[in-house]
Design a protein around this ligand. Structure first.
Ligand SMILES: [Fe+2]
Ligand SMILES: [Fe+2]
Length: 168
C-alpha cells in the first residue's frame, strides 16, 4: 500500500492542528518504512503522538461548545483504543498486525482530516479560536446548545477504522 503523503488539502488554516497533522503523516511514513527492529518503538511514538493530537482537538471542541460525548471525540477514542491494541499485539510479536494497522491508519487519516477535522477547523476559525492560546475572539458566535454531531459531517460507524482493524 502506498505511504500516505502530506498534501496541501490537509492544511486547514489552524496552525497547531496543521503542524500536528504534518507530524502525524511523517511519523506514520517512518512506521510504514520501518524495519522490524524499529517498528514497535516507532509505533509507540505514533500512539503517544496521536494521544496528544486527539486530546488537543477534544479540548478545543470542549472550549467551543461541543458536548463531551460528541461523535468526533468518540471516533478519536475508538481509533486510539485500536492503536493501543496494536501496541499489545505487536509487542507480543505480531508485527504484521501493526503493519496492516499502519496502512489502515493512513486511509483513515485522509478521510478524517478532510471531514471531521476540516469541519472542526472551520468551526474554530468561525469563532476566532486561537489554537495556541485558547483565546476566542468572537465568543458571541459560540453555539447556544452543545454540539453532539460532527458539525455537518457524517457520524456513521463506517467512518471509523474500527470494523476493519478489529478483524485482525
Ligand atoms: Fe486531527
Ligand atoms: Fe480529529
Amino acid at each position: 500500500m502506498a505511504v500516505l503523503q502530506w498534501s496541501e488539502t490537509f492544511a486547514l488554516g489552524m496552525q497547531v492542528m496543521d503542524e500536528t497533522h504534518l507530524e502525524f503523516v511523517n511519523i506514520l511514513a517512518e512506521v510504514v518504512n520501518a524495519p522490524d527492529t524499529d517498528l514497535m518503538p516507532l509505533w509507540q511514538t505514533m500512539v503517544d503522538h496521536t494521544d496528544a493530537h486527539f486530546a488537543r482537538e477534544d479540548r478545543w471542541m470542549l472550549d467551543t461548545g461541543f458536548a463531551a460525548n460528541n461523535c468526533h471525540t468518540t471516533q478519536h477514542q475508538i481509533v486510539l483504543k485500536v492503536m493501543r491494541e496494536g501496541l499489545k499485539r505487536g509487542n507480543a510479536g505480531h508485527l504484521a498486525v501493526v503493519r496492516q494497522m499502519a496502512d489502515e491508519l493512513g486511509v483513515w487519516f485522509a478521510q478524517h482530516a478532510n471531514a471531521m477535522d476540516a469541519a472542526l477547523a472551520l468551526h474554530l476559525r468561525n469563532v476566532g479560536y486561537n489554537d495556541q492560546t485558547g483565546e476566542i475572539l468572537l465568543p458571541q458566535l459560540l453555539p447556544t446548545e452543545d454540539i453532539e454531531g460532527c458539525h455537518g459531517t457524517s457520524c456513521t460507524p463506517q467512518d471509523t477504522p474500527d470494523a476493519k482493524l478489529h478483524s485482525f
